[in-house]
Design a protein around this ligand. Structure first.
Ligand code: GDP
Ligand code: MN
Length: 361
């Protein structure tokens, strides 16, 4: 789960990483409370969980006299389609130089990947593409509790020594918070030393409980309900709702939709042995996505009984067309029940997917 900048900064600050002074506001007038920050200017920063806010107009540097007005402006905007509910008000930092620092998970070596560049800031992606060697990297085994000095020296190069302490502290945060990404861009060199002008922290979804995070904010309402009920559920961008049992069959159904140039709106894996109630809930959840104009149910009856599945589909009673492929235990009974209620049950998944693609929405 992605933390917001101000949440990440609080954590960084507690680990000894210098951060700018300031605080978060939820209405423009509250900005007044922060006008006693040092300097004539303040920075207003939209708290949305997307990168590139600066370029999207989400970071505003303003004279204090205009700060409330500018905050009103900012609150009325959306950044990459996301509404702004919170704005971080911070002292304006006179930045001498911007560095880039990140620690992420390297999947192939199963370790931490440390990245540092002597020219950071909003254009770091361009730099990484143009001159990959400008971003120094080093891999660290997760068993090593702190970054060895020789690695710090290699990473920081000619940058001030102090950067090493920031890297060390960020690595501690990375480990303690079960992060999959901890990033400071820019790490700003100022007259009073290094300051984390921006902060990004993504906690591994599988570690949320251990981190005391009760709700995964990155999940949609539907994804949350699905998770609570033990379904694997994902929202996508297309129009076909997909229900399968088992990751293999569900993925194969998605692949087939893709093969015929269709696109799924979502998919849900009901898992093994789903009875009427679970199937009903699954169909209703998938149907709830407003982009779904037809639902493909592709289930293999083993411990899952086809008659139970049929009852679940019928009692879900959703408005979209539901096209079904059921094979296995009690298949005939399932077919009979569905036919009685006018549901289509086709012979194989190829037919089901092609039938779904004919449905116009
Ligand atoms: P991002 O675009 O979402 O990564 O947001 P950042 O917090 O990184 O802000 C974007 C850019 O605004 C930074 O790269 C800085 O160059 C600039 N910026 C943000 N805060 C300050 C500040 O206090 N002083 C100065 N001089 N520049 C700032
Ligand atoms: Mn940034």
């Amino acid at each position: 789960m992605k933390l917001l900048e101000y949440e990440a900064k609080e954590i960084f600050a507690r680990s000894g990483i210098p951060t700018p002074q300031g605080g978060v506001v939820r209405v423009p007038e509250e900005v007044e409370k922060w006008l006693n920050l040092p300097g004539d200017r303040v920075v207003l920063k939209a708290q949305v969980e997307v990168g590139g806010r600066g370029k999207a107009g989400g970071v505003v540097i303003t004279e204090k006299s205009e700060a409330v007005l500018k905050a009103r402006d900012l609150f009325s905007k959306t950044i990459k389609g996301i509404a702004i509910r919170e704005v971080l008000v911070e002292e304006f930092l006179p930045i001498q130089k911007e560095f880039y620092l990140a620690i992420t998970v390297d999947r192939s070596s199963k370790g931490a990947l440390l990245l540092f560049a002597e020219s950071g800031g909003a254009d770091i992606e361009d730099l990484a593409e143009r001159d990959p060697r400008a971003v120094r990297r080093t891999l660290l085994s997760p068993l090593v509790p702190e970054v060895p000095q020789f690695m710090l020296r290699y990473l920081t190069g000619k940058a001030p020594k102090e950067v090493g302490q920031v890297i060390q502290a960020l690595y501690r945060v990375f480990r303690e918070k079960d992060a999959i990404l901890a990033e400071i861009n820019p790490l700003a060199s100022t007259a009073r030393g290094m300051v984390a002008a921006d902060a990004k922290l993504i906690v591994d979804d599988n570690a949320l409980k251990r981190q005391g995070i009760a709700v995964n904010r990155d999940l949609s309402m539907r994804e949350r309900v699905a998770e609570e009920n033990g379904f694997s559920y994902v929202d996508l961008a297309g129009t076909i709702g997909v229900i399968g049992n088992g990751a293999g069959l569900t993925m194969a159904t998605l692949d087939l939709i893709e093969y015929y140039k269709g696109s799924a709106a979502n998919f849900l894996d009901v898992g093994g042995g789903a009875g009427e109630e679970r199937v009903k809930l699954a169909v209703q959840l998938v149907a709830e996505n407003p982009s779904v104009n037809v639902i493909v149910v592709n289930l293999l009856g083993g411990i899952t009984r086809c008659d139970e599945v049929a009852r679940g589909i019928i009692s879900a009673g959703v408005s979209q067309r539901v096209i079904v492929r059921l094979a296995g235990t009690n298949e005939e009974e399932g077919r009979r029940l569905l036919a009685e209620r006018g549901y289509e049950m086709l012979g194989n998944m190829d037919e089901v997917v092609r039938a779904a693609l004919e449905v116009k929405g």
